[in-house]
Design a protein around this ligand. Structure first.
Ligand SMILES: [Fe+2]
Ligand SMILES: [Fe+2]
Length: 401
């Protein structure tokens, strides 16, 4: 998994009193903060210091599902739509492990991190933390699915296990990146401490497919941009994105195959409504998140909104091959709505930053949340694009670029 999807679940309560690390962490806490897991990792000291990570409506989440229902869905005796030939072929591809030797670091990492100072350094750390959390979230979900499906469908189970291998590699690589900044995410603590969001299997399929494909488009777009504009290549991790994103693409293709094996999740009016809902959640989450962090994208020479719209449009075109309906994201009105949501979200964040007591803050938030909900609903109700075909397998390229 590579991207984040959070809007579908409202904010939960978290621990709020955490010491800050170092003096460079100057940004104010927005919404509630959570003791998550990042620790300063000085080589000589065993004692570690907890780091504060902002927990908000848009923070990457961990997911869990109904594993018993999953077992039923992948039981070949119950579901005769499971094309085991296709899954066997996918398994062979995963076993090939194209990126086995790809994630090898060199001394450029530490040197680049040391050169990075000021606000860019801070925002870079946040990028690494969030990306690592999102990748690790995929690792946990796939690992558990691999374990739980072993008896019912060993082929599908092994693919999940191999995908969890990929995600562990991605999360580990990002965490090593944090060590260049003398930090580390304590992933064991993260596993236990974070709240898990429950999704029924059908929603896991929609959400995870989108998350993998949007992750692919984000990584490849950044990679191509930096290849053309090497003067913005401020940290070597981006050089790894070309092969890295192919992992995400393969993961997304596997979810395509899973959904085709469950046509009941793709072929009725409810599927159309849910498809649009998940597209909207994923796109809006990314847009609001990225606009909050435009300094990061500007730091690598990207225009945040332009970058996001490119990623949304490409992801939507890819998604239209499998989802029965998608949003008309190429209609300029869609972007106008996203921009209005950014304005409202900025006001919401400003309320969190005031010195008001919680009650006053909540009262001030009510009209803003109503306005945001209104925009979301209007975007959802825009005339959709009918799409998808459960027989599209032969048109799905293994490599999109
Ligand atoms: Fe990943
Ligand atoms: Fe992935």
């Amino acid at each position: 998994m590579a991207a984040e999807m959070a809007l579908v679940k409202p904010i939960s309560k978290f621990n709020t009193s955490i010491p800050k690390f170092g003096s460079s962490r100057c940004s104010k806490t927005r919404f509630l903060s959570v003791k998550m897991a990042s620790t300063v990792a000085p080589p000589s000291k065993k004692k570690s210091q907890k780091q504060e990570i902002k927990e908000s409506l848009l923070t990457p989440r961990f997911y869990t599902t109904d594993f018993d229902e999953m077992e039923q869905l992948f039981n070949t005796e119950i579901n005769n739509k499971l094309n085991m030939g296709e899954f066997e072929a996918l398994l062979q591809e995963f076993k090939t492990d194209f990126n086995q030797t790809h994630f090898v670091r060199n001394k450029e990492f530490k040197e680049a991190a040391d050169k990075m100072q000021g606000p860019l350094r801070q925002i870079f750390v946040e990028f690494l933390e969030r990306s690592c959390t999102a990748e690790f979230s995929g690792f946990l979900l796939y690992k558990e699915l691999g374990r739980r499906l072993k008896k019912t469908n060993p082929v599908v189970a092994e693919i999940f296990s191999l995908m969890s291998r990929d995600e562990a590699r991605h999360a580990g690589f990002l965490n090593k990146g944090l060590s260049d900044f003398n930090l580390a995410l304590d992933l064991g603590f993260l596993t236990k401490a974070r709240k898990y969001t429950f999704f029924k299997p059908k929603f896991i399929f929609y959400a995870t497919y989108l998350s993998e494909k949007i992750g692919y488009w984000r990584y490849i777009t950044i990679y191509r941009h930096l290849k053309e504009n090497p003067e913005y290549q401020c940290y070597p991790i981006f050089k790894y994105f070309e092969n890295w994103c192919q992992d995400e693409n393969r993961h997304g293709d596997f979810f395509s195959a899973l959904m085709k094996a469950q046509p009941q999740f793709l072929n009725d009016w409810k599927a159309k409504l849910w498809s649009r809902f998940f597209c909207l959640s994923v796109y809006v989450t990314m847009y609001l998140n990225d606009c909050q962090r435009s300094a990061f994208y500007e730091g690598i020479g990207l225009d945040t909104k332009q970058f996001d719209m490119h990623v949304i449009i490409e992801t939507n075109r890819t998604t239209a091959r499998i989802f029965p309906a998608v949003l008309d994201v190429e209609n300029p009105e869609f972007k106008r709505k996203l921009d209005r949501m950014v304005e409202i979200n900025t006001k919401l964040l400003a309320v969190g930053d005031t010195e008001d007591i919680p009650l006053v803050k909540n009262l001030k938030r009510i009209p803003l949340i109503a306005a945001l909900a209104n925009e979301l609903l209007a975007a959802y109700l825009m005339k959709p694009i009918e799409s998808g075909s459960v027989d599209f397998a032969e048109f799905e390229p293994q490599l999109v670029y």
